[in-house]
Design a protein around this ligand. Structure first.
Ligand code: PGA
Length: 244
């Protein structure tokens, strides 16, 4: 699977161009493996285009707010995301963990909010450079994964994104990715996660690294940031990584 995470980028015109480009270059079978996550203000527009043009790509949001009994100005609920056409939602991206101090207790509420609307969750985990250098990677990942076992009916994709690789132009070495993904799967097994949809990698994936990373035994897909903004680059990655 290929997740296009646009972060806080784009415009209505870019959405038009992106959808058109993906539609004309990626066959339906591969489109069905693509999840488009533009900023929430473009979700409805994207959803209408996907429907009008009968594309097979799915739509995902970049965030969700927890269920609130007391009101939450500026919040966006799972029900709203569904109405906007989303099937997926990203939760726990490192940029939000860092900038908004999003930690396990809040992230669990977000997972619950998504699961209660049957949104599939793309749950991001990853260690910082400091944590890596201190030999803390697996403890950090274990702690981040802990909450995934607390929601019985969550359909979940784990996106391993080492923080030190995001936005740097250098993805992690394939051997490192494989080693960490094996550990993640072991941990998920011990947590008895039932509805695991896959373990994917993100962090500066580009054309040259995509195929190699995707060919690893324990990698089920890619989460693309910068490389997903350009429809030609995104389409080539999706096409070339799935064909010989
Ligand atoms: P990047 O972003 O591909 O630009 O490193 C990935 C992400 O942060 O999801």
């Amino acid at each position: 699977m290929f997740v296009a995470n646009w972060k806080m980028n784009g415009s209505g015109a870019m959405v038009n161009k992106w959808i058109e480009g993906v539609d004309s270059s990626i066959p339906a079978l591969i489109q069905s493996k693509c999840i488009f996550c533009p900023p929430s203000c473009f979700l409805y527009h994207a959803s209408c285009l996907i429907e009008e043009q009968d594309l097979k790509i799915s739509l995902g949001a970049q965030d969700i707010d927890p269920i609130s009994e007391t009101g939450l100005t500026g919040g966006i609920s799972g029900l709203m995301l569904k109405e906007l056409g989303c099937k997926y939602v990203i939760i726990g991206h490192s940029e939000r963990r860092e900038n908004y101090k999003e930690e396990n207790s809040l992230l669990l509420k977000k997972i619950l909010a998504a699961a209660s609307e049957k949104l599939k969750i793309i749950f991001c985990i990853g260690e910082s450079l400091q944590e890596k250098e201190a030999g803390e990677t697996y403890n950090v990942l274990k702690h981040q994964l802990e909450i995934t076992s607390k929601v019985a009916n969550a359909k979940i994709i784990i996106a391993y994104e080492p923080v030190w690789a995001i936005g740097t132009q250098n993805s992690a070495e394939p051997a490192y990715v494989e080693e960490v993904h094996i550990k993640i799967r072991e941990e998920l097994k011990s947590l008895e996660i039932k509805d695991l949809l896959g373990v994917i990698y993100g962090g500066s994936v580009k054309m040259d690294s995509a195929k190699q990373i995707l060919s690893l035994d324990n990698v089920d897909g890619l989460l693309l940031g910068r490389a997903s903004l350009d429809e030609t680059e995104f389409s080539s990655i999706a096409l070339k990584s799935t064909t010989n």
